[in-house]
Design a protein around this ligand. Structure first.
Ligand code: SF4
Length: 698
């Protein structure tokens, strides 16, 4: 592997391939096949990298990389030419659509795809295939946060302020967030709050982040909403609200108070397990802070009540007067690498580029003009991610699926059921770096480039748009996702100029499509990014400096005011009972990322965490006849998984925790609950009822 530009052995500045922190790093091609990674000063990571970032270079040279298209013949995936593979896919899709209609073909994207890929994928689905059936795995990540942000502020940008603003905070309340493990360099920005006694973590587990907190609240899983109501009650009772701010900048508090007034802290304590005294302490710390932030993440959001739970925390932040105040704020920590940009540019079932709504006639007209099509040709909203996967192969569901940058066999809830659904489709095509658990089921697999081998932009957790420049040649035989989409689109009868393969050209079209939308990128250009400008959307003009801090003067609702949203506690969709007496929650470990398809290929990471484990209180383990190191079976009504027991005394006696990065029988998602949030359509990944037993013969 050689550097193409600049000269060999010259370090190329880029960003990490994994999470939304998008840490700055430098890549240098070594003497042999290896690629050296070094941390680079960038505001989010301040020169740090986690173990995943440090080892990411080995992904580029992994022997597991796919380098030739594969076509299934006689049950086996066999090497084929690009022309044969693309021709087969296009022919199959056209034939299935001719028999069953446009919506018989579905497309599934990912939150790790660049903005250009996300944009072109949505356009490909709507224009080349004419299908409404397109969604992506970001639905499983940020949709509850997005729904709550939209209804409170009129706009969803995970952090509406630069991450570095946290470094001046007196108090930071993290709800269901574990950055010390999921994005370690972020913790540096919390040092001041910690030194002042103001780092508060709400999490059912004593995570590495909770270990560092000055105060750790341990609400029972699925009870965060009740906790927020209790703290809001305490805040009002102690006259801690910012009344002038509420009068001037918000609407709707009285409806929220009608609910919160019934949630005195002692009642919230009975429901959540967090003491009333701790709730009052949190209210007082937040009210007395000069600068304070409330941040949520997947622990609060991945519930069938996820959107309402985030709304409850936003209500608290609004009562404190935090959002839109310099030095304070509310935010949601985005997870996937392009979890922010991936939800803005049209790979979502209900959305067009620029964060436009697909059922808005003005939005359809604007985007249709950019695409050169009749607005009536753009399909309406489709199914959300889980509903799309669940409908595969059913009488009125899609008969074919194309997957880009996602591994739902491991990452979707109730994953054995989803694997069954995938096995019923007439055709499955995947574009992938390696043969993931999903692409291994495909009829055709297309080998695609990865981050350092292609140009593209990412939008990090702050809404800052970053240029990741191509640093290395891809292996021979591998093409970009943009090439794949263009190759399929032209075979489906589209003019080649409608599906460009050059990332900068695609970005320029995205700029035009986003112009005037909430996520307006029209003033961002590759030249500005190459020049090193720090551009946070919206950037509506080429001379606009970008918007690092949002809502300073007004919120994005037409009247400029934020909305309190009345929400009531209802608890987990599947409470424990006598048959399934424990509660299971799932999450990430430091060494692995999402479905693990990439990180499980890195030796250092798999040596550190080679297999699934279940954290459990020693007494709970003993009651099931289990000891540290044993293999346990964790079963719910939907299925069961196996994992190695880790006895952890800080775990609640009715709680178990499993990471979700592992394949096969170790998939945590074999037991998770696909109960969906009515607004965001987020599945309830974070809590379900399970039982624990010894693995026969172990
Ligand atoms: Fe940074 Fe996230 Fe990459 Fe770790 S995985 S180096 S925290 S971007």
């Amino acid at each position: 592997m050689t550097l193409t530009e600049p000269e060999p052995r010259t370090a190329v500045a880029t960003h990490c391939p994994y999470c939304a922190l998008q840490c700055g790093m430098s890549l240098t091609a070594g003497e042999g096949a290896e690629v050296e990674v070094a941390p680079r000063q960038f505001p989010t990571n301040a020169g740090g990298l986690c173990q995943k970032g440090w080892t990411s270079g080995s992904l580029l040279t992994s022997p597991a990389r796919l380098t030739t298209p594969l076509i299934r013949l006689d049950g086996e995936l066999r090497p084929a030419s690009w022309d044969a593979a693309l021709g087969l896919i296009a022919g199959k899709l056209a034939e299935i659509q001719a028999r069953h209609g446009k919506d018989a073909v579905a497309v599934f994207g990912g939150g790790g795809l660049t903005n250009e890929k996300s944009y072109l994928l949505g356009k490909f689905a709507r224009v080349a295939l004419g299908t409404s059936q397109v969604d992506y795995n970001g639905r499983f990540c940020m949709s509850s946060a997005a729904a709550a942000g939209n209804r409170a502020f009129g706009l969803d940008r995970g952090l509406p302020f630069p991450l570095t603003d946290l470094a001046d905070a007196d108090v930071v309340l993290l709800v269901g967030a574990n950055p010390a493990e999921t994005m370690p360099p972020l913790v540096k920005h919390l040092e001041r709050a910690k030194s002042l006694g103001g780092l508060i973590v709400a999490d059912p587990r004593r995570t590495p982040t909770a270990e560092q907190a000055n105060l750790h609240l341990t609400p029972s899983p699925g009870k965060d909403l009740a906790l927020a109501l209790g703290i809001l009650h305490a805040l009002v009772a102690e006259s801690g609200v910012d009344q002038p701010y509420m009068d001037e900048r918000t609407r709707g508090f009285s409806a929220v108070w009608r609910i919160a007034s019934r949630w005195w802290p002692e009642r919230a304590e009975r429901v959540t397990g967090v003491s009333a005294a701790d709730q009052r302490t949190v209210a007082a710390k937040l009210a007395n802070a000069r600068n304070a932030y409330i941040l949520t993440a997947r622990g609060a959001e991945q519930h069938a009540t996820g959107a309402d739970t985030v709304s409850a925390w936003i209500n608290l932040a609004l009562a404190l007067g935090l959002p839109g105040k310099p030095g304070s704020g509310f935010g949601c920590l985005t997870g996937q690498g392009n979890g922010q940009g991936g939800r803005e540019h049209g790979q979502k079932a209900d959305q067009l580029p620029g964060y436009r709504k697909i059922d808005d006639p003005a939005a359809r007209e604007h985007v249709a003009r950019v695409w050169g099509v009749d607005p009536a040709e753009i399909p309406g909203p489709g199914r959300s991610a889980y509903e799309l996967l669940d409908a595969l192969g059913t009488a009125d569901g899609p008969r074919a699926l194309l997957v880009f940058g996602s591994n739902p066999v491991v990452s979707a809830p109730h994953s054995a059921h989803i694997a069954d659904r995938l096995s019923t489709v007439e055709f499955l095509g995947c574009a992938d770096l390696v043969l993931s658990e999903t692409s291994a089921l495909a009829d055709v697999v297309l080998p695609v480039t990865q981050w350092a081998e292609e140009d593209g932009t990412m939008t990090n957790l702050e809404g800052r748009v970053l240029l990741r420049k191509r640093a290395l040649d891809p292996p021979p035989g591998v093409r970009t996702d943009l090439d794949v989409l263009a190759g399929l689109a032209t075979r489906l009868g589209q003019p080649a100029e409608r599906f460009p393969t050059d990332a900068e050209t695609v970005f320029d079209e995205l700029r035009a499509a986003s112009k005037g939308g909430l996520a307006d990128y029209s003033g961002i250009s590759y030249d500005r990014l190459r020049a090193g400008e720090a551009l946070y959307w919206p950037v509506p003009e080429a001379t606009h400096p970008g918007t690092p801090r949002m809502f300073l003067d007004r919120f994005a609702h037409p009247d400029g005011k934020a909305r309190f949203v009345p929400v009531e506690h209802s608890g987990p969709a599947e409470p424990p009972d006598t048959e399934f007496p424990l509660q299971a929650t799932t999450g990430r470990v430091l060494q692995h990322y999402q479905s693990g398809a990439q990180t499980r290929l890195v030796d250092e990471l798999t040596e550190a965490v080679p297999e699934a484990f279940v954290e459990v209180h020693p007494d709970t383990a003993a009651r099931a006849g289990l000891a540290d190191g044993d293999w346990a079976r964790i079963a719910s009504r939907r299925g069961e998984t196996v994992a190695r027991v880790r006895c952890v005394p800080s775990m609640g006696i009715d709680l178990v925790f499993l990471p979700f990065h592992f394949p096969g029988a170790q998939r945590a998602n074999l037991f998770t609950n696909p109960a969906l949030d009515p607004t965001s359509r987020m599945p309830e990944f974070k809590v379900c009822a399970v039982k624990l037993s010894i693995v026969d013969g172990a």
